[in-house]
Design a binder for this molecule. Sequence first.
Ligand code: PMP
Length: 364
Amino acid sequence: MKFNDALENIKTYEAGKPIELVVREYGIDKDSIVKLASNENPFGCSPKVKEAVRAIVDNMALYPDDSMVKLKTALAEKYAIQSNELIIGAGSDQVIEFAIHAKVHSGSKVLMNSVTFAMYEIYAKQVGAQIIRTASREHNMEEFYALYQEHKPSIVFLCTPNNPTGDGLLASEMIDFIAKVDSDTLVIVDGAYMEYARFKNPSYAVEPKDLVSKFSNVLFLGTFSKAYGLGGMRVGYGIAQASIIEALYKVRPPFNITTLSLEAASVALDDEGFVQTCIADNFSQMARYEEFAHAKGITVIESYTNFVTLSLPEEKNSTKIAQDLLKKGMIVRDLSSYGLNAIRVTIGTSIQNDRFFELTDPLL
Ligand code: PMP
């Protein structure tokens, strides 16, 4: 069958390998598998969230509240913004999709970092856009500006901290860049890991309110999948001036967030203490990865997230190392598809991290 031509040059997104597949392929006992591949919170979500979801589990017959008033009110309060400056997606992934479909058409250009979150390219190519990438591995705002001037893209993606490398961009550099961009270019600031950056060094974090109050062409993205421990619930959000949100609403399907997910995300915002404790633990465990890498003579990219990217020496092949670990029940992310000889490892609990060091030690 012939499909849309645009699909021909799209590579299907490769998600972190699910535990269920490792059980089937390698016959490993489910309980002994450790998944450090998708940057989830190893402690899960606040106990208050579980309690709240259990309490509404009988409410599944009716469609969800499509106004999402409870979650929108809670988010608007958290960020000191208005409800009409918010849109909720089934993961921030879906908000990226809305933005591309609302703004980009065949022949438009979309500018992004050389190495960055793969879905920007996939959604942009679906609508026939041309992808422009910088050359540097880290976000270099001078290079972004030069390419912006040359190509006048419809959308610029800034992923900070960046996935899959973990590095951060100074908020001041980002803001200087945005200030120079024409108001018809949509700048998407993907803050999926912003809670971690804010904890580690606030100079690398941006407040959505500061962006939205200053700029009419910025969309900030946040998610409940990382620090809030709700990857399985699929809730993310976009924050922008109301005129952008109105356009995104035109491409949103109705009832895109389930009743249980709306409740989970709303209640998760009530327990910031839980989230901050998890983030503090993340960085104390991250220090162990830095020490491990240092002892092995491996470079670690300074990370503002809940994962570390270990750049391997030439003689060690990242695909082989990831595969060898998989056979032992340890799931990490091989970054060879991003052109890097590196593995990305989500920071786990101290027991999970012990296991990573134990299994990786003989391989490196
Ligand atoms: N942006 C970045 C940078 C990510 O790493 C991810 C998830 N890996 C997403 C967006 C999408 O996250 P979600 O759809 O779970 O909110």
